[in-house]
Design a protein around this ligand. Structure first.
Ligand SMILES: *Cc1c(COP(=O)(O)O)cnc(C)c1O
Length: 220
């Protein structure tokens, strides 16, 4: 199914009163689907795979803001550093140090979100509360001058139990509020996907990452 203008219209209307940023997650979807949403005014797009992102970036207009939302391997950081708007999935200090190094080489300051593990599934990536504090401490000490920590990102459990999902988002919001006090640059709380974005917004999200609701189901 191509990008659906009705779904986009409905979603932007729903998000508008909350002043929430919409990142359209276009992973696995063809260039034409992105062009269709671009024509409707969407500029923030999210991708999970480095090669796919680089290919799409080359083929599409230069004013698209590309968000990297997947699990990023250190050896691929340099491929996206020259152009990426926001790296949302920083899940280790080592990865953040590599981003800092490559950003320096490119003469850029790169915006990053720290990903926190809030779900029950072990398979999901992310820092725990203690690792998060450690990374923030390192940043606060000024040892990562070429990155800007803009906030936190998290993915809730894949479950029908919406009270569980709400609890996880609430926990992430608490961590966000706690660290916002020390880190001036914190202003983005990225939580919520197609199935749970309404709860995420109720719990304080100001950036949602939405794929299937806009582009239709994915095969992977
Ligand atoms: C794929 C993906 C999304 C979008 O998921 P939908 O359920 O299709 O809206 C959001 N965030 C991350 C990190 C993803 O990998």
């Amino acid at each position: 199914m191509p990008a659906d203008s009705q779904a986009f219209d409905d979603l932007t209307k729903e998000l508008k009163p909350h002043r929430v940023i919409l990142v359209a997650v276009s992973k696995t979807k063809p260039i034409e689907d992105i062009e269709a949403l671009y024509a409707l005014g969407q500029r923030d797009f999210g991708e999970n795979y480095v090669q796919e992102l680089v290919k799409k970036k080359t083929a599409l207009p230069g004013d698209i803001r590309w968000h990297f939302i997947g699990h990023l391997q250190s050896n691929k950081v340099k491929l996206i550093i020259p152009f990426v708007q926001l790296i949302q999935g920083i899940d280790s200090l080592k990865l953040l140090q590599e981003v800092n190094k490559q950003a320096g080489k490119n003469g850029r300051t790169v915006n990053c979100l720290l990903q926190v593990h809030i779900a029950q599934e072990e398979t999901k990536f992310g820092l725990d509360e203690n690792e998060l504090a450690l990374v923030i401490n390192e940043y606060g000490a000024g040892r990562l001058p070429n990155v800007k920590l803009s906030g936190l990102m998290g993915m809730a459990s894949l479950t029908e139990n919406m009270e569980q999902v709400r609890k996880e988002f609430r926990y992430l919001k608490q961590l966000f509020d706690r660290h916002s006090k020390e880190i001036q640059s914190f202003d983005i709380l990225s939580m919520g996907m197609s199935a749970d974005f309404k709860i995420a917004i109720e719990e304080g999200s100001n950036l949602v990452r939405i794929g299937s609701r806009l582009f239709g189901e994915r095969s992977r």
